[in-house]
Design a protein around this ligand. Structure first.
Ligand code: SF4
Length: 933
């Protein structure tokens, strides 16, 4: 590929600014929110003569309390990076994509090009426009734009990142980790972390772990690699990648077999006591038995299921006063229907999954599994916490205290990024539930707006008729299917979305499948796109698998001589590998140059004790002609006369993005907007209230953060807390106030399985997908080897290869940051010494890492901190020559590498290399071999 040289970017890195001279010269300090990673810490930006001189953590900010990491402190170098894009650019006539030959154009020209192109698409077939974004924090806005445009082809990076973590948890407990919830380390005694990168949830988790360890808490890390958090764990449990599901099933097995589960919690707050119809000939096989004569309360989330009451020895409606459900047994209803409690089915499923069974798969000794299970169970049972907080449950029972079982967990992509990740994460959520730790002190706690219903009520359209010219999409682009009727498919069961999300291939793909967009559009399967707009996602490099092929696809032409993806728009602040392929480049601002919101409608920074949202405010003006992508969307929405952005006569509704944030309401008069703080005409209302013209000023005066503390009685047991539910309904965090029982047994999955078996009265999958759906939509968690392993010669490629992002860089975002490049300018493949030496690979030497899909040359380092069957490296340090305005001899090109070269986005036969339930990219499933180079 030709090296890309912008006239003002041919120098390598600019010299770093001098450190601040002394305090006396400091002119101004402004507070805003960091965006050097996705954690959203509060920062203070120190300026002199209007220039950023220094950034430190804001001690008044609730998230990081003044702590700052290497990335956050290096934000200053982002401002002066030579890789900044500063003007709108158009690919030169006749220049090839990838050559990076552009000409400057004005914003007026850029908007005119987009307006005429998008208007024509919207008037004919809106799905020919696709908008995919990276780790942005404005999905409420980008999603609104896509919906208003009328395209179903929208998603952010979640399908590539950790959708299994979101879906597996939310379909089980109604919440998940990180923004959505997390470990209560203030009160936990035992903390178990699984599959978490070096510093995921960076500063907040570091602060919490530090205090936890000082208090004497025990920290166990399960991970193939012992770096970052794992390096300070009291116990490291090395495990083979992709096998955590087997470990978790064995832990669950032990908890049940030893009677260490929290029976009262399971009986009352999960669906474990609910009776399941057991009659393979019946269309209700595997569904919950219902009392048809009783009020379902909410037909969408019916509450007329049955327990088998131990006291009366017969069936009763669940949560009937004075009743107590049997968790084991085999019963007959009055009409002869055979039923068994869901917990009994779970216990039966777990029975063969012994520690000895798991040892063979995971490499974790059975004795260790047994010991850990016992430690978890005994800690949960014997070290209970009791807080003097009175609360009332959804069935009207008053409780004088809140109790907690102090075992906490945290997990992330190491569990998620496998094709078996959904069931792995369900197994984790079930373990947390059996231990009785859900939304209780010392365990897992939700953060607003969670918990959600299971599944959440947001839905996509259900067929192609939901996509119509000049009309907003008839639903959301991303939703939460609860049954086959919620899928987004055509009359033949084929996909409507370009990434095949919400089709029978990936029914619960709640974050879309970003990793298949370019391949599908290039192939025209299910159809071709006209315009692909990419925001803040390096989809030609590290946000894709199969890096070389994907870039070839972007450059490929059809028989008519036109590019197979005709028009590519890239909006980014920096010149990445992807910008070189753009037809139109839109220069975004940095986080220090714009307004932004971390909204309750999206991914706020809520705390366990209440909702928290935050903003960014500009602390310096934009460089050159940079324009925030938010402003681009407001402008385009106005020009295209999308109803959310223009009135019925086509007149724009909002002056700019800040004006939109203040005045936009989810529906006229709802009082719900992007920001929850200082609402109402005079700014005195919280969560809900009329627009407040001075809202931005109030945030700026308050460290850019709004906090709402819940009443103490609303802070725990929120899935089943009547007071909290009523408050959440009033503030529209929840649509329904029904209790959210933990789904140990997933009736949602069983509905899909029944459809695959031809027993569901509604939609059924195409014949070629029936077996797949029947297999993977098991209402109980199960373990299967990652799909790629079945398509790999494991003797030839015996090693698992994984990546993680390093502590000092956020994926590829910081490849242009002079300070951070001094920490990571190239990466190594880390290998256990025994594994390396067996292949003749010396420490520090060059080697080939090769999968069935390709090979890449890299430097290896011996490391005792990796499980012997695994090799690993940091993600996105290696760069393509010419990208990021790096010098021609930059280490990133000459010594760094990216593992994505040896990972495929598809399996043999053309199915996506993804989880068959959620479409999560299985990019941690690749198997490799190594040899000296
Ligand atoms: S963890 Fe570091 S980079 Fe991330 S938001 Fe906080 S200070 Fe910024």
């Amino acid at each position: 590929m030709t090296r890309i040289l912008w006239p003002d970017q041919i120098n390598s890195l600019a010299p770093p600014p001098a450190p601040p001279d002394n305090a006396g010269l400091e002119a101004e300090v402004k507070t805003t929110t960091c965006y050097m990673c996705a954690c959203r810490c509060g920062i203070r930006v120190h300026l002199q003569d209007g220039k950023v001189r220094y950034i430190d953590g804001n001690p008044a900010h609730p998230l990081n309390k003044g702590v700052i990491c290497a990335k956050g402190a290096s934000g200053i170098m982002k401002q002066v990076s030579p890789a900044r894009l500063t003007h709108p650019l158009r690919r030169k006539a006749g220049a090839e994509r990838g050559a990076g030959e552009f000409e400057r154009i004005s914003w007026q020209e850029a908007f005119s090009i987009l307006e005429s192109r998008l208007k024509a698409i919207r008037a004919t077939d809106p799905k020919k426009f696709a908008l995919f974004t990276g780790r942005d924090q404005m999905q409420a806005l980008t999603g609104l734009f896509a919906r208003q445009f009328g395209t179903p082809n929208y998603a952010a990076h979640g399908g590539f990142c950790s959708v299994n973590m979101a879906a597996g948890m939310i379909y089980t407990i109604g919440g998940s980790f990180w923004e959505f919830g997390g470990p209560d380390l203030e009160r936990a005694k035992l903390f178990v972390m699984l599959g978490t990168a070096e510093d995921h949830h960076s500063n907040p988790l570091k602060i919490a772990i530090s205090a936890f360890k000082k208090r004497g808490g025990r920290f166990v890390s399960v991970n193939p690699v012992r770096t970052g958090y794992s390096a300070i764990a009291d116990e490291w449990v090395p495990i083979r990648p992709g096998t955590d599901g087997a470990l978790l099933l064995a832990l669950n097995h032990e908890i049940v077999a030893q009677g260490l589960y929290d029976r009262p919690f399971v009986a009352r707050y999960t669906n474990g006591g609910q009776l399941v119809v057991v009659d393979p000939a019946s269309p209700r096989h595997g569904l919950f038995a219902l009392d048809e004569g009783a009020d379902p309360v909410n037909p969408l989330y019916p509450q007329n299921q049955l327990w088998w009451d131990r006291a009366s020895g017969g069936p009763v409606l669940t949560h009937t006063p004075e009743s107590d459900p049997a968790l084991f047994g085999d019963f007959r209803l009055a009409d002869g229907t055979r039923v068994r409690p869901a917990f009994e089915l779970l216990a039966e499923r777990l029975r063969p999954h012994t520690p000895e069974w798991a040892e063979k798969i995971t490499g974790v000794p059975a004795t260790t599994i047994r010991r850990l299970a016992r430690e978890m169970g005994v800690t949960a049972r014997d070290e209970k916490i009791e807080l003097p907080i009175a609360w009332t449950d959804c069935w009207g029972n008053e409780h004088q205290t809140v109790t907690g079982n102090p075992v906490a967990f945290h997990a992330m992509r190491g569990l998620a990024a496998h094709s078996n990740g959904f069931h792995t994460v369900r197994s984790l959520a079930i373990l947390m539930s059996l231990l009785g730790t859900i939304d209780r002190p010392g365990g897992f706690r939700h953060k607003a707006p969670f918990p959600r219903a299971i599944p959440p009520s947001a839905k996509t359209p259900t067929g192609p008729e939901g996509v119509r010219p000049d009309t907003p999409l008839a639903g959301l682009a991303l939703g939460w299917p609860g049954s086959p009727e919620d899928l987004f498919v055509d009359a033949d069961g084929g996909p409507v979305r370009i990434d095949k999300g919400f089709s029978w291939e990936y029914p619960l793909s709640v974050h879309g499948l970003m990793h298949n967009v370019i391949t599908n559009a290039w192939r025209g399967d299910p159809y071709r796109l006209d315009t692909l707009m990419i925001f803040m996602a390096n989809m030609a490099w590290n946000s894709t698998m199969n890096t070389d092929e994907v870039r070839r696809m972007l450059n490929d032409r059809g028989a008519d001589g036109e590019y197979k993806i005709p028009f590519l728009v890239v909006c980014d602040a920096f010149q990445s590998e992807t910008t070189a392929f753009a037809d139109l480049v839109l220069p975004d601002t940095t986080y220090l140059e714009r307004h932004d919101v971390m909204s309750m409608l999206d991914r706020p920074i809520s705390e366990f004790d209440g909702p928290v949202d935050s903003v960014r405010v500009p602390v310096v003006p934009p460089l050159g002609e940079c324009k925030p992508f938010q402003e681009v969307l407001i402008e385009l929405g106005s020009r295209l006369h999308l109803p959310a952005f223009a009135d019925s006569e086509g007149k724009r509704k909002y002056k700019d993005y800040p004006d939109f944030i203040v005045r936009h309401e989810t529906e006229p008069g709802s009082g719900i907007g992007f920001l929850a703080g200082w609402r109402g005409a005079d700014g005195t209302k919280a969560m809900r209230g009329e627009p407040n013209p001075a809202q931005w000023e109030r945030y700026a005066e308050n460290d850019c953060v709004f906090r709402h503390e819940l009443a103490p009685s609303y802070r725990y047991m929120r899935n089943w807390n009547r007071g909290y539910m009523e408050w959440a309904q009033r503030t529209r965090l929840r649509r329904w106030g029904d209790p959210v029982l933990v789904h140990l047994y997933s009736e949602v999955l069983q509905r899909f399985r029944l459809a695959a078996q031809g027993k569901w009265p509604g939609r059924q999958p195409p014949a070629h997908l029936a077996k797949r759906v029947e297999t993977y939509f098991d209402p109980l968690p199960f373990y299967f080897a990652p799909l790629e392993h079945e398509a790999t010669d494991l003797e030839k490629y015996p090693l698992a290869a994984i990546t993680q992002r390093p502590m000092a860089m956020y994926h590829s975002w910081d490849s242009q940051n002079a300070w951070l490049r001094q920490i990571h300018a190239h990466n190594y493949l880390f290998i256990s010494p025994a594994t390396a030496l067996a292949q003749g690979i010396e420490d520090g030497s060059w080697l080939w890492v090769e999968s069935q899909w390709g090979r890449v040359r890299c430097m290896g380092r011996h490391s005792e901190a990796v499980e012997p069957g695994t090799v690993w490296t940091w993600n996105a340090i290696g760069k393509h020559e010419g990208a990021w305005a790096l010098a021609p001899d930059a280490n990133e090109f000459t010594r760094g590498f990216i593992l994505n070269h040896v990972i495929s986005e598809e399996l043999p036969g053309g199915t996506s290399n993804s989880d068959p339930v959620t479409g999560q990219a299985g990019w941690y499933d690749v198997r490799v071999r190594v040899s000296p180079a």
